[in-house]
Design a protein around this ligand. Structure first.
Ligand code: UDP
Length: 138
């Protein structure tokens, strides 16, 4: 069934000039872009987006990193979008990611790992709504 997921290209990847190559890999894997923006999170916004990780030891570092530079936020559509996109990006730690995955190709560390991908349909909807109004999502 065709459904949606949400992604961000993270500040490490935009800073290194990987945005175009990552979008190319996403589109070639069969995802269509339903909404997209180049933007930057404040620390408060990054903290809210990742509030689920508040108790984790890496939370402060993650919030600082995610607000350190521009990101690209996008809603993607494809059959089985959430699971297929998690496969396309690879493991959280790029050292453990499969060959050919986006994180293997472009990420440098477990924290600065190039891309975000929603982990459930419910979170895809919540995360997409964080960045895009109803008018911007189609
Ligand atoms: N993260 C980190 N250190 C860790 C684990 C995760 O900095 O030890 C960061 C990393 O950027 C990751 C994000 O926190 O993408 C969210 O973690 P999660 O476990 O949800 O991984 P993901 O779903 O992004 O693969």
């Amino acid at each position: 069934m065709s459904n949606k997921t949400f992604t961000m290209i993270k500040p490490d990847a935009t800073a290194k000039g990987h945005t175009g190559a990552i979008l190319d890999q996403i589109i070639k894997a069969g995802f269509s872009i339903k909404a997209m923006k180049w933007t930057r999170l404040t620390t408060a916004q990054a903290g809210e987006f990742y509030a689920v990780h508040k108790e984790r030891p890496f939370y402060g570092e993650l919030v600082a990193f995610m607000s350190s530079g521009p990101i690209v936020a996008a809603i993607l559509e494809k059959d089985n979008a959430v699971a297929d996109f998690r496969t396309l990006i690879g493991a959280t730690d790029p050292a453990k990611a499969e060959e050919g995955t986006i994180r293997k190709n472009f990420a440098s560390s477990v924290g600065e790992n190039a891309v975000h991908g929603s982990d459930s349909d419910e979170n895809a909807a919540i995360e997409g709504s964080f960045f895009f109004s109803g008018l911007e999502r189609f």
